[in-house]
Design a protein around this ligand. Structure first.
Ligand SMILES: Nc1ncnc2c1ncn2[C@@H]1O[C@H](COP(=O)(O)OP(=O)(O)O)[C@@H](O)[C@H]1O
Ligand SMILES: N[C@@H](CCC(=O)OP(=O)(O)O)C(=O)O
Length: 383
């Protein structure tokens, strides 16, 4: 785990998010020169054994430039069309830049909804693992053409943060057109001071963030801070550095005073629980009796089939479900070891009967305690 700048030398798996403001301009469209230089720097780390994921913006911007849709605000459908036009140009640019190093790239287009489903999340995770072992660089963007407002990532900063959790990264680096978080927006305040390291990301930092600085950026500093919060509470250290000059990433990874570093303070187990609580959408409810509710809340026990009274929803093995006590309160969430039909057959029975009822017994518990997280209310009550 990265707890200080000097630990950055040990980062082995890194997600690098590259903002539109760096990659596209209204005059040239794609900035192949910028991508080439960035890729040259990234390739040095990959060749030294680092596993890298690139999360890239720029599809909408490139589509707008291509179509001459520059002056006006685009409708959602026009933005989706612009992304469909720009995305192949973006991939082509990365493909060409990495090909100079004989490196293959792969495109991964994701939506937040994909990552809320355990199965799709595992597929994304397995795909990236396979790409890593083949020495291929995953190039990720939001699947803009299929998402609508409710399921759309606010911006690619949060996509970068979620991807860093999916691939179990050590570090998320957001490359932008400013060299870190400043105490005020440097675009409008020339006296603004850079913040070097943030130990605990709080309200005081959110208050520093102003609007977007470039015509193609979308989230400004606020979206980078909220991405840093998602990453750090999920156990991934985050950094904001400038991508405008070469060598900044190397300085950051060498532990030098570069950009702004947001330190994380949680271990892997906490990280898994954060994922269950904050990211996954529950697919159903398991109603439990008073004894099971007490064992879960007071003793941190696993949920056994004998304590299950009722079930709602349609869920599969491995899906996230809510646990509801006899008063109707959601006391916890967890990953269920059995599909809804199987659970219906074993509920109310002892674990020793599972095999005779189902013909197999994968687990003695319905939800193992390692995959079970108490709700915020229960955690607060326990404090
Ligand atoms: N407190 C701040 N510190 C640094 N930059 C800030 C701050 N507040 C607002 N900004 C603006 O945020 C911009 C970066 O966000 P954005 O344009 O969305 O970049 P990207 O396209 O790389 O995601 C900077 O150019 C800067 O003008
Ligand atoms: N998926 C969009 C990302 C838009 C976005 O978040 O842009 P940015 O604020 O520059 O990271 C695109 O490729 O244009």
């Amino acid at each position: 785990m990265i707890r200080s700048r000097s630990d950055l030398k040990r980062a082995r798996r890194v997600v690098v998010k590259i903002g539109s403001s760096l990659l596209a301009d209204a005059e040239h469209g794609i900035r192949q020169d910028v991508i080439d230089h960035l890729v040259d720097e990234l390739e040095e780390f990959i060749a030294a054994g680092m596993q890298l994921v690139v999360v890239t913006s720029g599809a909408v911007a490139l589509g707008r430039v291509q179509m001459g849709w520059l002056e006006r605000t685009l409708s959602v459908h026009e933005k989706q069309a612009a992304a469909a036009i720009g995305q192949p140009k973006l991939m082509d640019a990365y493909g060409r830049a990495f090909a100079r190093h004989e490196r293959t790239v792969a495109q991964m287009l994701l939506t937040k909804d994909d990552l809320r489903h355990r199965r799709r999340y595992l597929n994304a995770s397995n795909t990236s693992e396979t790409l890593f072992s083949a020495g291929v660089v995953p190039i990720v963007n939001e699947n803009d053409t299929v998402v609508v407002a409710e399921i759309k990532f606010g911006d690619n900063d949060s996509l970068g943060a979620l991807v860093s959790l999916v691939v179990d990264a050590d570090l998320l680096v957001m490359l932008t057109d400013v060299d870190g978080l400043y105490d005020k927006n440097p675009a409008t305040h020339p006296d603004a001071q850079r913040v070097g390291v943030v130990g605990h990301l709080g309200e005081e930092h959110a208050a520093m963030a102003g609007d977007v600085g470039s015509s193609f950026g979308t989230g400004g500093m606020a979206s980078k801070l909220s991405a840093a919060r998602v990453a750090t509470t999920g156990g991934v250290t985050a950094a904001i550095i400038s991508g405008k000059e070469n060598g900044r990433l190397s300085r950051l990874l060498a532990g030098e005073d570069e950009g702004t570093l947001f330190l994380c303070g949680v271990d892997r187990q906490t990280r898994r629980k954060h994922w269950i609580m904050e990211i996954l959408s529950p697919r159903g409810e398991i109603h439990v009796d008073a004894g099971a509710a007490r064992a879960i809340v007071a003793q941190g026990s696993s949920l056994l089939p004998v304590g299950v009274k009722d079930i709602n929803g349609i869920f599969d093995k491995g899906d996230c479900v809510e646990i509801v006590d006899p008063d109707g309160a959601v006391i916890a969430r967890g990953l269920c070891n059995y599909a809804v039909d199987e659970l219906r057959r074993i509920m109310g029975h002892c674990s020793s009967e599972i095999e005779s009822i189902l013909g197999f017994r994968d687990f003695s518990s319905v939800i193992h305690r390692d995959n079970l997280v108490l709700s915020r209310e229960e955690l607060e009550r326990a404090e």
